[in-house]
Design a protein around this ligand. Structure first.
Ligand code: ZN
Length: 214
């Protein structure tokens, strides 16, 4: 995919944030790994613009050393995108302030294995990265800590992050995480839900990973 196609993909999925009321107004950000000439980096949505109003010229290239062209302003949360590309194998990242991910990130320290579909993020639970100031190095470090063996997490008092081989995969995972958070929230309103055992979750993980390879 060339640079313009990747920019169009970022715009398409940023617009879905708005049209699906998935991540409100200017919140959330999306990036795709990209090599410009010989410089490795990624393309990311800009800072402070409404997701519904993005143009190709708004999308910013950030190099793996964190350099940006003078007149460009990437999302204020670009740092954890950079750190995730450096340490997790992925080609795209979706960060959203989706409703139930935000609610659960404020209420819980972890979403346990109450539903087998949690295995989609290749983990037995959805972990919650500790709170730190948005865009800070500290927050990036906290996110990396919980994303080492997982394709998704919540960020305390903030929202969620997912990664994927493609933007489509990362976005779909973000939708799955949001649904799981919604289910968990409603379960908890009633009582603590039953939890699937580690042994059973290992079986699910094995089955899901094999299924993906086909
Ligand atoms: Zn955010």
């Amino acid at each position: 995919m060339n640079e313009l196609d990747k920019k169009r993909q970022i715009i398409k999925y940023s617009q879905l944030f708005s049209t699906n009321s998935f991540s409100p107004i200017r919140s959330g950000n999306i990036s795709i790994k990209h090599k410009r000439k010989d410089v490795e980096g990624f393309l990311i949505s800009p800072s402070g613009k409404k997701n519904i109003e993005l143009n190709a010229t708004d999308i910013v290239f950030v190099s793996m050393s964190g350099e940006v062209k003078k007149n460009k302003t990437p999302s204020s949360e670009w740092r954890f995108h950079l750190d995730l590309y450096k340490s997790v194998k992925c080609n795209a990242i979706v960060h959203a302030h989706s409703k139930f991910s935000v609610i659960c990130s404020c209420l819980f320290k972890e979403i346990p294995s109450f539903h087998y579909m949690i295995a989609l993020i290749e983990s037995k639970s959805i972990k919650v990265a500790k709170y730190a100031l948005y865009g800070s190095k500290k927050l990036s470090k906290n996110i990396l800590e919980v994303m080492k063996n997982s394709k998704g997490c919540l960020i305390s008092n903030h929202g969620q992050v997912t990664v994927g081989d493609s933007i489509g995969e990362a976005y779909e995972l973000a939708e799955e995480v949001e649904l799981l958070c919604e289910y968990y929230y409603h379960c908890k309103l009633y009582k603590d839900p039953k939890i699937i055992s580690t042994k059973e979750m290992n079986k699910v993980l094995e089955k899901i990973l094999n299924y993906k390879k086909k």
